[in-house]
Design a protein around this ligand. Structure first.
Ligand SMILES: [Zn+2]
Length: 253
């Protein structure tokens, strides 16, 4: 089985002890591609350095809505592009989970980076938490030429349909294996196979039976098995289809 993890954070300090041993072990364990996501300027640069070190690692660069308090400039992200291993602007988006969020600032960063994606001709990786309506309205207003993915999709079936109508892929992670995953399962049942991506968000969102522990791309088999069960196809088919989807979206040959 060949696996493409489209969303991971191997720059995270949770990997400081064994980052390179772990990444070295990926290819032997079916993980053939990984996209490491930037969340600010420093982690975007780190993503690029991992992509330069490993053939099978690619980089996304961007400023995450929870990191905008650092007041970094989108121009700093732009300076990193073009680079042959940068395949997306991400992760960017809106996160209204905490009460103290400044929605206006988040929207400004989101819009600036959506415009950057069009300027540099890349797809986007969108983080959206408790902000479905604003995310949808913004993506309706700014059409992305190279499409993108709604990462760790956790919205309703109705909003899934809206994102699909705009041409977006939806990303599914460990939480689809949780007992209380009703919403995501309903969405997955509906999902056209050619719009599904699989992700870890490692070190976060670890699937059952390792929930609570540190996540890594090798655990994607649990996500694959769950999707196979819902779609009534073989795990190998899920791996192949999501591999092709990721290669298409991120233009990897
Ligand atoms: Zn992430």
């Amino acid at each position: 089985m060949d696996i493409f993890d489209t969303h991971a954070h191997y720059d995270d300090k949770a990997f400081d002890e064994d980052r390179y041993e772990l990444l070295d072990a990926m290819a032997k364990n079916d993980v053939k591609y990984i996209i490491n996501q930037g969340t600010d300027v420093e982690t975007s640069k780190f993503s690029i350095s991992l992509a330069e070190k490993y053939d099978y690692v690619y980089a996304a660069v961007g400023i995450h809505p929870e990191e905008i308090y650092k007041e970094e400039s989108v121009t700093e992200i732009k300076k990193l592009i073009p680079h042959e291993k940068i395949v997306a602007i991400g992760e960017i988006g809106l996160d209204y989970h905490y009460d103290n969020t400044n929605k206006e600032d988040q929207l400004k960063y989101f819009i600036d980076q959506l415009n950057l994606a069009n300027e540099v001709n890349l797809p986007v990786v969108v983080h959206s938490r408790d902000a479905q309506k604003d995310t949808l309205d913004t993506l309706k207003a700014i059409k992305i030429n190279n499409s993108g993915v709604i990462h760790c999709f956790s919205g309703s079936l109705e909003s899934a349909k809206e994102f699909l109508k705009l041409g977006y892929y939806l990303g599914f992670d460990g939480p689809i294996t949780f007992k209380n995953a009703k919403n995501a399962l309903e969405v997955l049942e509906y999902m056209p196979l050619d719009k599904i991506l699989i992700e870890t968000d490692a070190p976060y969102l670890t699937p059952t039976p390792f929930r609570g522990e540190r996540n890594n791309s090798m655990y994607l088999t649990y996500v694959i098995n769950k999707i196979a069960e819902i779609k009534k196809i073989l795990p190998e088919e899920v791996a192949n289809i999501t591999m092709n989807n990721a290669k298409t979206l991120f233009k990897i040959n």
